[in-house]
Design a protein around this ligand. Structure first.
Ligand code: 3PY
Ligand code: MG
Length: 253
């Protein structure tokens, strides 16, 4: 079983922080802060395989769970992320059960799936020294799919029901865009869709996660059954801190 997925218990909330600076140094700083998980974003950030690797190496020294968001659901990049040592994957824009099944298959070695095999050159397999890796890799991987479009909402029950989908994560930003409210995830129509999505994921029995809009939103969503929520981003902290400091100088002059 995947350690992060195992940590997601009903009635509890695991709090995360988005890492979009693509930096092992700032990831290390954030790892000291006490979050349950850090999301390394390969979708909307300037991450390469090398920067992802450096962040995974930095976080290995901490008890925090690293989740890596892949830029797309292509099998080749799922394979690369897993070989680099990412154990828990977040996959954006999942809209059908067949797509979810293909994603799960890309994370499994044959005969269960289609993941290409490497051992001696794979960090995940301790460069060939971990002889048990191949046998347990399929069970260690955590697959979290994102529901963040109208099509995803329509398919949510089927997607959540796919074997090997370990958790379902709601992306309010893309969902707002898909529902015609780009940039306004607090719009009542978007929030109503999110409420419905949470209820359906909770009913499926799979853990539900969300990119919370702020701390209050995270607490509210936790009361609705969400088991893991991010409550900010590294970039957001830097922007807020830098801008706040600059403005404070003028205000107190
Ligand atoms: C979204 O809100 O669209 C996400 O993908 C979470 O950052
Ligand atoms: Mg998104």
């Amino acid at each position: 079983m995947n350690a992060f997925i195992e940590s997601l218990q009903p009635g509890e909330i695991r709090v995360g922080l988005w890492q979009a600076l693509a930096s092992s140094y700032t990831a290390e700083i954030c790892a000291h802060a006490g979050f349950d998980w850090l999301l390394l974003d390969g979708e909307h950030s300037p991450n390469t395989a090398q920067t992802l690797l450096a962040q995974l190496q930095a976080l290995a020294a901490f008890p925090v769970h690293a989740i890596a968001r892949i830029p797309s659901d292509d099998a080749w990049i799922i394979k690369q992320y897993l070989d680099l040592g990412a154990r828990t994957l977040l996959v954006p824009m999942v809209e059908s059960a067949s797509q979810a099944e293909a994603i799960v298959a890309a994370t499994r070695y044959p005969p269960a799936g289609i993941r290409g095999f490497a051992s001696a050159t794979s960090r995940a397999a301790a460069f060939g020294l971990d002889k048990t890796y191949a046998a347990r890799a399929d069970t260690e991987v955590g697959v979290i799919v994102q529901i963040e479009s109208r099509a995803g909402l329509d398919a949510i029950d089927e997607v959540a029901g796919v074997e090997g989908v370990d958790a379902v994560f709601i992306g309010p930003g893309d969902l707002a865009a898909s529902l015609g409210h780009i940039g306004n995830p607090r719009h009542p129509e978007v929030q109503a869709a999110i409420d419905t999505a949470i209820a359906r994921i909770v009913a499926s029995g799979k853990p539900c996660g969300i990119f919370a809009l702020d701390i209050e939103d995270a607490h509210q969503k936790a009361r609705q059954g969400v088991r893991f929520a991010s409550i900010g981003t590294d970039i957001g902290l830097l922007v807020k801190g830098a801008r706040g400091l600059r403005m404070a100088f003028d205000e107190r002059g």
